[in-house]
Design a protein around this ligand. Structure first.
Ligand SMILES: Cc1cc2nc3c(=O)[nH]c(=O)nc-3n(C[C@H](O)[C@H](O)[C@H](O)COP(=O)(O)O)c2cc1C
Length: 202
């Protein structure tokens, strides 16, 4: 085990969740991995900035896990970014708290992969829609590792969701154990387009 992982989990309606819940369950209980549920911690939306900064400082890799809402992140995750990644702390003069940490997104979305292509209904890939998240990380000196995306959630069977959950867990273990090939991942539309290619089994 080389690097600690913080999963910042934001699901506005976890009770109704099929996919995100199973992904989060699959990632729980791993050594060196902490899952931090924002909607559970802050049902009133009152984010504790000091607590969140301590959590970030204590980890090397940050995963933002959430359902895709209107091509973007849910509102409490946006609030968290707005409040926690402050000027002089995360960016700007003296703002180097997150420098050299790694950032990735893990999201579930209703639309299928074909809908997220130039000729598809949504015209852009999920990776492209996540440009604000990527650039937020870069501004804070973080390495952007790309997105893990589960497409077409409504049509997925329980077995298919569980397979995605296995991939997610393998990815997190590889990140933690420094067996993740960032160069290969950068070439994929989403990391789990070929999860075997980005994980070294050494
Ligand atoms: C308010 C809202 C906005 C959504 N926006 C999108 C969207 O922009 N693109 C998309 O593919 N799916 C969208 N969806 C579908 C969710 O992403 C999908 O239901 C969720 O990821 C499924 O995961 P879960 O089983 O954990 O809830 C939206 C759902 C809601 C409720």
């Amino acid at each position: 085990m080389h690097r600690s992982v913080l999963i910042v989990f934001a699901h506005p309606s976890l009770k109704k969740s099929r996919t995100g819940r199973i992904l989060a369950e699959s990632a729980s209980g791993l050594d060196g991995v902490v899952i931090h549920d924002l909607y559970e911690s802050y049902p009133e939306g009152d984010v504790d900035v000091e607590r969140e900064r301590e959590l970030l400082l204590a980890h090397d890799i940050v995963i933002l896990q959430h359902p895709f809402y209107w091509y973007s992140i849910p509102p409490l995750l946006k609030e968290w970014i707005d409040l926690v990644l402050g000027f002089g702390w995360a960016y700007g003069p003296g703002g180097d708290a997150l420098r050299d940490k790694s950032l990735l997104s893990a999201l579930t979305c209703g639309g299928g992969l074909e809908a997220y292509t130039r000729k598809g209904q949504n015209r852009y890939t999920v990776r492209e829609f996540l440009a604000p998240v990527e650039q937020t990380g870069r501004l804070c000196g973080m390495e952007w590792l790309g997105p893990f995306v589960v497409h077409g959630t409504l049509k997925l069977t329980e077995t298919e969701i569980r397979q995605h959950a296995v991939d997610y867990r393998r990815l997190i273990e590889a990140l933690r154990d420094d067996r993740f090939d960032a160069g290969r991942a950068a070439k994929l539309t989403h990391i789990n387009a070929d999860v075997d290619a980005v994980i070294r089994e050494d």
